[in-house]
Design a protein around this ligand. Structure first.
Ligand code: HEM
Ligand code: HEM
Length: 226
């Protein structure tokens, strides 16, 4: 999968696109959601399930703030586009796949369809946390358990679609999107990258989420777990 060296005569070179808080957010969210799903069934792993679930909730809350204050490509204004724009993007997708070419429009941040996937994933995780919280109360009606399980499984469906779309887009654009979510870099024109990675903030976010998960796990937040 080799990326082109030039687009419209402009030379491409690695530029920083995803700041560290966005990358930390992504991989910790993926770990918490997958972990919560894997620990969902057994009574014995319930505290771990709850700790991972609430940590996913904390990450989503953080992402809402970072979507307003973060660097260029992390901001909602960069990637939340109209449903019509998302459909137009998707319409270019299939013909491009069949011609084995690249879709005409390339986005350095999330593409307009991906933007809606981000909102769907954030909303679904929030719903799982709220229904999980209610379900965990002693006197909660059975329907909350059913609803929570439905949302939890719905998330995994969305994640499956998400990963498939990431792989397909990486192939179509000959660009490794997973690597970019790890190291932050994509090939772009000079001036298109962000000036800094917010490294300290990214490290603090990681520490805060790990500390929070541990505190919930060890019962230090009785308001959430009793
Ligand atoms: C439970 C699992 C996962 C969840 C909940 C999840 C959620 C998300 C969210 C919310 C974003 C938006 C990032 C942001 O702007 O903050 C995103 C982007 C992304 N995710 Fe995931 N993800 C999951 C698993 C994965 C996995 C396993 C991969 C690897 C194949 C992956 C690859 C990516 C990539 C490459 C992007 C950036 C897409 C782009 O370039 O527009 N994700 N994911
Ligand atoms: C990303 C977040 C979460 C996901 C993906 C998730 C997923 C699930 C799934 C799929 C089940 C059904 C297991 C089964 O019986 O087959 C479940 C059960 C459960 N979850 Fe979550 N969950 C999340 C967050 C939470 C949170 C924050 C809590 C809060 C306290 C919670 C509390 C529970 C409880 C108590 C059950 C047992 C339900 C019962 O057997 O009635 N979950 N979860």
């Amino acid at each position: 999968m080799s990326a082109p060296d030039e687009v419209d005569g402009a030379r491409l070179a690695p530029q920083l696109i995803w700041d560290l808080p966005t990358r930390v957010f992504h991989w910790l969210l993926a770990a918490c959601v997958l972990g919560a799903w894997l620990t969902a069934e057994s009574e014995r792993s319930r505290m771990l399930h709850v700790a991972l679930g609430y940590s996913a909730g904390l990450l989503v809350a953080w992402r809402l703030v970072w979507g307003l204050l973060g660097s260029r490509y992390a901001r909602f204004t960069d990637f939340v586009k109209s449903p019509a724009a998302a459909l137009a993007y998707l319409r270019g997708y299939l013909p491009a796949a069949m011609r084995k070419g690249r879709p005409q429009t390339h986005y350095l941040g999330h593409n307009p369809a991906g933007g809606w996937a981000v909102l769907a994933l954030l909303s679904a995780v929030s719903l799982a946390v709220v229904t999980g919280y209610v379900n965990y109360q002693d006197d909660s009606a059975e329907i909350w358990g059913e609803l929570h399980e439905l949302v939890g499984n719905g998330i995994m469906l969305l994640v499956g679609l998400h990963v498939a779309a990431v792989v397909a887009t990486s192939v179509l654009h000959r660009e490794n999107l997973v690597r970019a979510m790890v190291n932050g870099y994509k090939r772009a024109r000079s001036g298109e990258g962000i000036p800094g990675a917010f490294t300290l903030l990214g490290l603090l976010l990681a520490l805060a989420v790990l500390a929070f998960a541990w505190q919930v796990y060890t019962g230090k937040f009785p308001a959430l777990t009793s």
